[in-house]
Each structure stands twice: as C-alpha cells, then as structure tokens.
Design a protein around this ligand. Structure first.
Ligand code: FES
Length: 111
C-alpha cells in the first residue's frame, strides 16, 4: 500500500460535506460521514453522475442523478443495483488526510 497526501487538515470537508480531490492521478471524492473521512471514486458507475453533488444517508452515499445508493464501508450498491464503487483507505495524520492505494504488480517491479 502506498499513501498519498490528499488534503491539509484545514481543507478537510465539514460534517456530511463532499469534496473532490485529485491524488495519485485519480479524481476522488472525500466524504465526511459523521466525522469519518471516506474516499470513493468520483463518478457513479450507473451513468457517470458526479458524486460531489451527492449526499450521505444512513451510511450510504446517494448519487444526485438517479439516487442510486452505495455503502460507504464496502462500496456495494443497494439491493437490486448489482454494482459497486471503489473505496480507498484513509488516514488522518498530523499534517492532513492521506489515501492508500494498492500497489500494482508492475509498480512493485519498476517502482
Ligand atoms: S448516474 Fe448515479 S444513479 Fe444514475
């Protein structure tokens, strides 16, 4: 796992807010769900809606376009959707928020 800094502490989204960041070449959404920082992919797998306009409901991220819901812990879509989103590990450290990325086999060879 490689960790990349995404935000300084003062830039963290407020309670239940969603912020878009670019980190390690990917666009992600950082969601403050009851003071837990969750990092997800930024676009909805259903039809590409951007999660920055979405909101949290009972531990789920709701897409603003057709209101599909995704579990903020597992990334699984609600029953009947049959889809999922990527969730990235997060860590709030002294100097800000870090996001963990799995290392691919090629980065282990060449990184
Ligand atoms: S684009 Fe997200 S629910 Fe349709």
């Amino acid at each position: 796992m490689k960790w990349f800094k995404a935000l300084n502490k003062v830039q963290l989204p407020g309670l239940n807010a969603i912020k878009t960041v670019n980190v390690n070449g990917k666009q992600l959404c950082i969601i403050n769900n009851e003071d837990n920082m969750i990092a997800t992919q930024s676009s909805c797998p259903h039809a590409g809606g951007h999660f920055s306009g979405g909101w949290c409901k009972n531990g789920h991220l709701v897409c603003p376009i057709h209101r599909y819901e995704y579990d903020l812990e597992t990334g699984r879509g609600a029953e009947g959707q049959g889809d999922y989103i990527d969730i990235y590990p997060t860590e709030v450290r002294e100097d800000g928020l870090y996001i963990g990325f799995e290392e691919s086999w090629w980065s282990k060879l060449w990184g």
